[in-house]
Ligand binder design. Structure first.
Ligand SMILES: [Zn+2]
Ligand SMILES: [Zn+2]
Length: 227
């Protein structure tokens, strides 16, 4: 028991034994924590924030698509340590990681959308039932409680077919009618989600928020899945 207090476990990323409990009870060693740096000012697509290689301003994907949101800002590419961290959080129920992850969102919100009202992307109720909790909602609550951001649960999702392995158009079609507007939207909401994959979920959420009165919708996601 006492040993457990002194040695609360191992780093979730590298397995190093943690000699002490960090300030927020983070299950990460100092080295791994320091290695988690959000993508800095590399050349990014102005719409979806995908790192650009030779394209100018817009990635090839965004050239062909009309999203209902104005822009998405992703803090990481969805691979390596951040992918593992999200996996540990969502599928191994490491709930304490909500604090670590919320810290990244908070930093970006303060820098880019300081007065934003957050709208968490609504989870599929089947996933919530299976897991017993809602990962994005939990991060949103941490942002309200620990960082003082305002949030509005304007959207709700009904059960629908799984979206994995589907392309953008099919996802959009699948989503129609599964996401619903619960209340009037705020003027300039920032939609929060964990991973930006095709942009279909964000676009459908943004469409509804605009129907509900939002003049523009920006999206903040932890990571972008690079195609
Ligand atoms: Zn580590
Ligand atoms: Zn793009």
């Amino acid at each position: 028991m006492i040993l457990e207090l002194l040695f609360p476990g191992r780093c979730l990323l590298c397995g190093t034994e943690l000699a002490f409990r960090s300030r927020h009870g983070e299950p990460l060693c100092l080295d791994c924590r320091a290695g988690l740096a959000p993508l800095a000012a590399r050349r990014r697509c102005t719409v979806c924030s995908l790192p650009l290689l030779s394209e100018k301003r817009l990635c090839t994907r965004c050239r062909k698509r009309q999203y209902q949101f104005e822009s998405n800002l992703s803090l990481f590419e969805y691979r390596g340590e951040i992918r593992e961290l999200l996996y540990q959080y969502k599928f191994r129920n490491r709930l304490r990681l909500a604090g670590v992850l919320a810290g990244f969102y908070a930093q970006a919100l303060r820098a880019s959308f300081p007065d934003a009202v957050l709208v968490p992307a609504p989870a599929n109720p089947q996933a919530v039932r299976r897991r017993g909790w809602d990962p994005v909602e939990r991060i949103c609550r941490t942002l309200e409680k620990n960082y003082g951001f305002a949030a509005s649960r304007a959207l709700e999702r009904r059960a629908g077919p799984p979206q994995k392995l589907l392309g953008y158009e099919e996802r959009l079609r699948n989503l129609r009618g599964t996401i619903i507007l619960r209340r009037q939207s705020v003027a300039e909401p920032v939609l929060l989600d964990d991973v930006f994959t095709t942009g279909a979920t964000a676009s459908e959420c943004a469409r509804l928020l605009r129907l509900g009165g939002a003049s523009r919708v920006r999206v903040l996601t932890l990571a972008i899945d690079v195609p």
